[in-house]
Design a protein around this ligand. Structure first.
Ligand SMILES: *[C@@H]1O[C@H](CO)[C@@H](O)[C@H](O)[C@H]1NC(C)=O
Ligand SMILES: *[C@@H]1O[C@H](CO)[C@@H](O)[C@H](O)[C@H]1NC(C)=O
Ligand SMILES: *[C@@H]1O[C@H](CO)[C@@H](O)[C@H](O)[C@H]1NC(C)=O
Length: 640
């Protein structure tokens, strides 16, 4: 390279970085996204007026605290009329290309044919960013109607190999969204027409000036890795940043997130969170696992990516699954709400408020705008669970983790042990424990050997279903799924192992829905590979059996640590017990876990956020009586 070329390159870089600055923070995700989402307060029936009222509140009262995305959650295309519901068929508004358009009765500004564009303009004028929820693949209505597919490069029907392609060619009927089977199914991304269809969707959202899409029914139990990656690539080619958020994250593990986290901006790691204490508790283990796997702030589509613990169902809400707007107060007590916000902040989850802001109360508003929590949420580092806490009543055996024990035989297994079925990536060593018993020549059973300290102490067996082959349908599917099989809990029971739930689950329900009526569907098809991994044909995920007891922390006390921008250390205590509990940790243990640079001395000046108490200088052990289900949050300065 010549000297003048170098100078030119240098100038180009300076110019580029200048532009980059001028763009501001737009398009670069360096902190967990923050905003408001309509689901917890409206289910799916939100309309233009209510949405814009909420957006106005975000703009005037929350934007200064970093809440900038306002997101319309699911079914904005569905008519809210008698007969329509969560999984009804035939009530959606579609355009000529099989794409969904806003329901004109709920979104009057869409009547002039410009979709959400006018709403996006209003949202942008408020200084906010505009998001919408979208579903897996293509709608059943578009497939049944065999709509033509738009080629966005020509504006004409998509043609390849001398023929026009239609929705019926790309919809995969045996890959429906498990919890909305009448709504949506995967598209075949191996086909040019499948890719063209997905491109036509996201080009349209970009035309509407959408800044954020929450893509649903492609992750967790419903994993469709191909669609996630294709959508991510389409978004990357757009001329402006559109953030990609995945939902829900039922049974997600870090292994499952590994292949996709680079392609998205945020992704749910739990089932739906609602305002029950069990739902709050259900987030502790998974948040810990993602922190330990270094997934918080790992690479993402537009910068960093964020494991998402779900919206905050606080304030004025609706109920899950209903067709009703906000009508009730949050069921969590104030201690439980503080616990939720403290965990969400310490784990750097995106904060998407879910309550109806037209009716927000001061207590809730103060919670979600607490400056210390927001500082931690945006800027802290080294976020992780801190295991070395102890309680005043360690001898109490607390069992808060909701467990589900398989229906099948567990003889020889310690009565206190409960095994739970989990899904994980097939490359996870933990998935490789399935085998056919040696005396089972005909392969009628497949068993999981349960070991303790490497000694086999029992096994849980599933039975292979023998298809009756009485209908043509069964014969066709038997050919299609050659080498694959369905699995029954017991020989006599016609219920098949199906890891995907038929409805949206809440976080604490996630372990309860594993057997359903047998039916010919990829969701119920399994194969066993040579490594002993049991692979599900629908999601490509593998089944594993885990003991939830491993994850129960003694004494019901949990703690997290993080470090701040100014050398401070954050320590939170969580009391999951049904009684007030004294929780303690030592400064020495904290110093061992975190970088020494945060501990110039062994005494720390200490402030507790929720009580607002300056605790003075603490040496040795930090202890606090924490209310049942409550949290304490300490800001420590140990460089004194
Ligand atoms: C629809 O509304 C948008 C936004 O106000 C406007 O720019 C556009 O001209 C309108 N289109 C038609 C067809 O009326
Ligand atoms: C599980 O145990 C059975 C019975 O001892 C044995 O035949 C089988 O090989 C074991 N499978 C694995 C994967 O260790
Ligand atoms: C537990 O702590 C709370 C809040 O600190 C307090 O109001 C309550 O009286 C305590 N309960 C018991 C049984 O000590």
């Amino acid at each position: 390279m010549t000297a003048s070329a170098l100078v030119l390159l240098y100038c180009a870089l300076v110019l580029f970085s200048g532009l980059f600055e001028a763009f501001g923070r737009d398009g670069i995700v360096t902190t967990p996204p923050r905003g408001w989402n309509s689901y917890d307060s409206f289910s799916w029936i939100v309309d233009e007026e209510a949405f814009l009222d909420n957006a106005n509140f975000v703009s005037s009262r929350l934007l200064d605290f970093g809440y900038e995305y306002v997101v319309i959650d699911f079914l904005w295309y569905r008519k809210n009329v008698k007969g329509s519901s969560l999984d009804s068929y035939g009530y959606d508004n579609l355009d000529d290309w099989g794409r969904l358009v806003p329901d004109p009765d709920r979104w009057p500004s869409s009547r002039n044919g410009t979709g959400f564009k006018q709403i996006a303009q209003k949202v942008h004028d408020m200084g906010l960013k505009f998001g919408i929820h979208v579903m897996r693949g293509i709608s059943l209505e578009a497939v049944n109607g065999n709509k033509p597919i738009l080629d966005v490069t020509t504006g004409l029907p998509y043609v390849e190999g001398g023929r026009k392609w239609q929705a019926g060619d790309i919809g995969m009927r045996d890959m429906p969204c498990a919890w909305m089977q009448n709504g949506f199914m995967s598209v075949n991304t191996d086909l040019g027409a499948g890719l063209a269809f997905l491109r036509s969707l996201y080009e349209q959202y970009a035309e509407w000036d959408v800044d954020f899409v929450k893509l649903d029914c492609v992750f967790g139990d419903d994993l469709d890795k191909d669609e996630i990656i294709v959508v991510s690539q389409i978004l990357e080619e757009l001329d402006r940043p559109v953030l990609l958020s995945l939902s829900p994250g039922t049974s997600v593990t870090p292994y499952m997130a590994d292949p996709i986290s680079d392609y998205v901006d945020m992704y749910r790691i739990t089932a739906d969170d609602w305002d029950t204490w069990n739902d709050v508790v259900a987030h502790f283990d998974v948040a810990r696992d993602f922190a330990a796997a270094k997934k918080i702030g790992a690479n993402g589509l537009h910068g960093k990516s964020w494991p998402d613990l779900d919206m905050l169902p606080l304030g004025w809400l609706t109920d899950p699954g209903v067709q009703q707007g906000p009508h009730r107060k949050c069921n969590l007590n104030l201690d439980e709400q503080k616990t939720q916000l403290t965990l969400w902040s310490m784990a750097k989850s995106p904060l998407m408020f879910g309550g109806d802001l037209r009716n927000i109360d001061d207590t809730t508003l103060n919670l979600i705008t607490n400056p210390t929590l927001l500082e931690i949420n945006s800027y802290s580092e080294n976020n992780m669970e801190f295991p070395l806490v102890f309680t005043g009543n360690l001898h109490r055996k607390i069992d808060h983790v909701s467990t589900w024990s398989p229906l099948w035989s567990r003889k020889h297994i310690d009565a206190h042990e409960k095994l739970v079925l989990e899904l994980t990536g097939c490359f996870n060593e933990k998935s490789k424990g399935w085998s056919i018993p040696t005396d089972d020549q005909d392969f009628n059973q497949i068993c999981w050997n349960y070991t303790s300290k490497n000694i086999r102490i029992g096994s849980s067996c599933l039975h292979k279903r023998i298809p009756l082959l009485t209908s043509d349908e069964e014969v066709i599917y038997k050919q299609k799924y050659e080498g694959k099989f369905q699995l029954l809990a017991t020989r006599s029971m016609d219920a098949c192992l199906e890891p995907s739930a038929r409805r949206k689950l809440t976080a604490s329900e996630r372990l309860s829905a594993f057997f359903s009526t047998c039916k010919w569907n990829a969701i119920q098809m399994w194969s066993l590979n040579d490594d002993g991994a049991l692979i599900n044909s629908y999601s490509g995920l593998c089944a594993t059996m885990a003991s939830p007891r491993d994850t129960v922390n003694s004494g019901g006390a949990r703690a997290w640590v993080a470090t701040g921008r100014r050398g401070e250390v954050y320590l939170s205590f969580f009391n999951l017990n049904p009684v007030n509990t004294s929780i303690s940790a030592t400064i020495g243990d904290l110093a061992k876990l975190l970088d020494r640079k945060f501990f110039a001395s062994s005494s720390c000046r200490c402030y507790e956020v929720w009580t607002g108490n300056e605790l003075g200088v603490v040496q040795g052990t930090l202890s606090m009586m924490v209310a049942s289900h409550g949290a304490a949050l300490f800001v420590l300065n140990c460089n004194i």
